[in-house]
Design a protein around this ligand. Structure first.
Ligand code: 1GP
Length: 232
């Protein structure tokens, strides 16, 4: 069973983006706590399986964040299922989960499944467009979403998703204060150690994505940066 409640830093790798063997080795052996495999567009069974098999050469815990029912590959340590709490299109809230369980419900190992209350805050992110994410009006509303995750949906993870842009620390702080008792993940726009440190002081787990593909050395430096900061 993976121990994500004690994670501090993870890399998110996108099956649709090429990464060479040396970079993948450096990422997997970086001392990060885990790898999340996930993305929004171009995710297929084949490219997910291929990336999982390559990561499996290393000891790092590996999770699939399910975004596409066609690409649910067995063999990960765990599966994170996003519930997009601010989806403007209700079909993105629970319909994919019902479809998945209709097809695969009796094969699922529930001890490997963890729901993420997902709040999408970058309106330009592909996931925001796909789900027609509602804008969040400010700190109080962000905190309310976090409370929905903590007390109504009771998801073990609350994921503050700014994918592609660096987030507003005040919004992330509001989410943390509303999300009592669970593990808050922050992801979005981290390109260096300063941002990594800033979010590490607010969020339980810092997710580093795109910079892996743009500047792997900068990505690697975020691991230590996050781990030097005390958990909030
Ligand atoms: C994306 O939250 C992750 O789902 C990380 O975001 O790619 O912007 O680092 P970036």
């Amino acid at each position: 069973m993976i121990d994500f409640h004690n994670w501090r830093h993870v890399f998110k790798l996108d099956p649709d983006k090429p990464i060479d063997d040396d970079a993948l080795e450096a990422i997997c052996d970086s001392g990060t706590d885990g790898i999340i495999v996930g993305g929004t567009l171009g995710i297929t069974y084949d490219n997910t399986l291929e990336l999982m098999a390559r990561i499996r050469r290393y000891a790092v815990p590996t999770v699939l964040e399910v975004s596409n029912l066609e690409a649910v590959v067995p063999g990960f340590d765990a599966y994170f299922l996003p519930l997009v709490l601010n989806a403007g299109d209700p079909d993105w809230l629970i319909a994919p989960h019902v479809a998945g369980l209709t097809a695969y419900g009796s094969y699922i190992h529930w001890e490997e499944i963890f729901a993420e209350g997902y709040l999408i805050l970058n309106p330009d992110a592909a996931a925001a467009k796909l789900t027609k994410a509602r804008p969040v009006t400010g700190k109080e509303e962000a905190k309310a979403y976090a409370r929905v995750a903590a007390h109504i949906c009771k998801t073990p993870i609350f994921y503050v998703e700014y994918s592609g842009m660096y987030g507003d620390p005040e919004i992330v702080r509001a989410c943390k204060s509303g999300y009592e008792g669970g593990t808050l993940f922050y992801g979005g726009g981290i390109t260096g150690v300063e941002q990594a440190r800033e979010m590490a002081a607010i969020a339980d787990v810092v997710v580093v994505g795109n910079i892996v593909y743009d500047d792997v050395e900068a990505a690697l430096m975020t691991v230590q940066a996050v781990k030097e900061v005390n958990r909030p």
